[in-house]
Design a protein around this ligand. Structure first.
Ligand SMILES: Cc1cc2nc3c(=O)[nH]c(=O)nc-3n(C[C@H](O)[C@H](O)[C@H](O)COP(=O)(O)O)c2cc1C
Length: 324
């Protein structure tokens, strides 16, 4: 699959996840073979007005490339300026968020609010397209009702404005994460526009990924929640797409993923901040495993790498003894 001149090495994409898809996690999914990663969403306004919080979200490194940086906002001039900054910092793709339905974002006319203001969306896309040479993509939802008409309308506008790719999470803006993603809309979009389409929503296993691609004919599949705490899911999906046997993820792999993540987060944020973050984040890696709630409690007050290592060791020792 190509996004403009960028050729993806396979059909897998890691979703933008605010507060989660930071550089350490993106590097882990990349190592597991993922072809394209997205940054967390970044405020175009914060970027142009140099908010310190924003600059950290833009940090990257060569190993994670190609990188799509996702921006949100609704002012064409500010979005264009922010996109130019993102390009100058070396991002490969600028993505604009058309899907976020958090109240604060909607109030400013950004995110999913753009799905019901096509004229505004068009101005935003035209201004941004003019400001950058690198590929431009958008990530949309179904819209504000179940028909998907708004998604099709926005997709056609995007195509006419020179957008290079569309990712779609086919749930309505009011649906949040409830119910099921309507994959049939991905298929419809693929038939109605000629741009590459990245299908997204409810891929938790490699079988889901294969089904999504076969049912919709989408060009790539985007995984969000399924890869949180399980970056190796990408290696399984890639194997299936290549008709290879799927690598099995056992308890030792889970243990290793957690240790790798711990060190990555400490290297990136420093031990103090990392310890605060891992009190919740290490729980991602034990989701669905026995005694996960006991582990959650045990790391609630962790304050050093050594202590975290001990808690992880204790947990996996107990797990191994219990399952023998
Ligand atoms: C915690 C969380 C944060 C998210 N942040 C973003 C974001 O910053 N930008 C965006 O476009 N979508 C965001 N999403 C939506 C995901 O990118 C994705 O579309 C959605 O989770 C459906 O895919 P999945 O079923 O594979 O998780 C977020 C989702 C979650 C659960």
């Amino acid at each position: 699959m190509n996004i403009g001149p960028i050729k993806l090495k396979n059909k897998t994409v890691f979703a933008p996840l605010a507060g989660i898809s930071d550089l350490p996690l993106r590097l882990m999914v990349k190592k597991a073979g993922c072809a394209l990663v997205y940054s967390e969403m970044v405020s175009s306004h914060g970027l142009v007005y140099k908010s310190p919080k924003t600059s950290r979200l833009l940090e990257s490194c060569p190993q994670e490339k190609p990188l799509a940086v996702q921006l949100f906002g609704s002012d064409p001039a500010i979005m264009a300026e922010a996109a130019a900054v993102v390009q100058s910092l070396g991002a490969d793709i600028v993505d604009i968020n058309f899907g976020c339905s958090v109240r604060k974002i909607l109030k400013s006319g950004s995110g999913a609010a753009l799905m019901k203001t096509p004229d505004k969306a068009e101005k935003l896309l035209k201004a941004t397209r003019k400001a950058i040479d690198i590929p431009l993509s958008i990530k949309i939802r179904s819209g504000w009702d179940y028909t998907g008409e708004q998604a099709i309308k926005i997709a056609k506008i995007a195509q006419d404005c020179g957008v290079d790719c569309i990712a779609i999470h086919p749930r309505t803006a009011t649906q949040g994460f409830g119910g099921q993603a309507d994959w049939s809309l991905i298929k419809t979009l693929k038939e109605r526009v000629s741009l590459p389409i990245i299908g997204n929503g409810d891929v938790l296993t490699s079988s889901d990924a294969i089904r999504l691609q076969r049912q919709t004919n989408c060009d790539a599949i985007m995984v969000g929640r399924g890869a949180i705490g399980n970056p190796l899911l990408f290696s399984q999906i890639i194997a299936r797409f290549q008709d290879q046997p799927e690598p099995c993820i056992n308890i030792e792999d889970r243990n290793k993923m957690m240790l790798d993540y711990l060190d990555a987060v400490i290297n990136y944020y420093g031990e103090k901040t990392a310890c605060y973050l891992i009190r919740s984040r290490l729980c991602w890696f034990v989701k669905g495993l026995p005694l996960s709630s006991k582990f959650r409690i045990s790391i609630r007050k962790v304050s050093s790498r050594a202590e975290a290592l001990l808690k992880i060791k204790e947990y996996f020792n107990t797990l191994n003894n219990d399952t023998k």
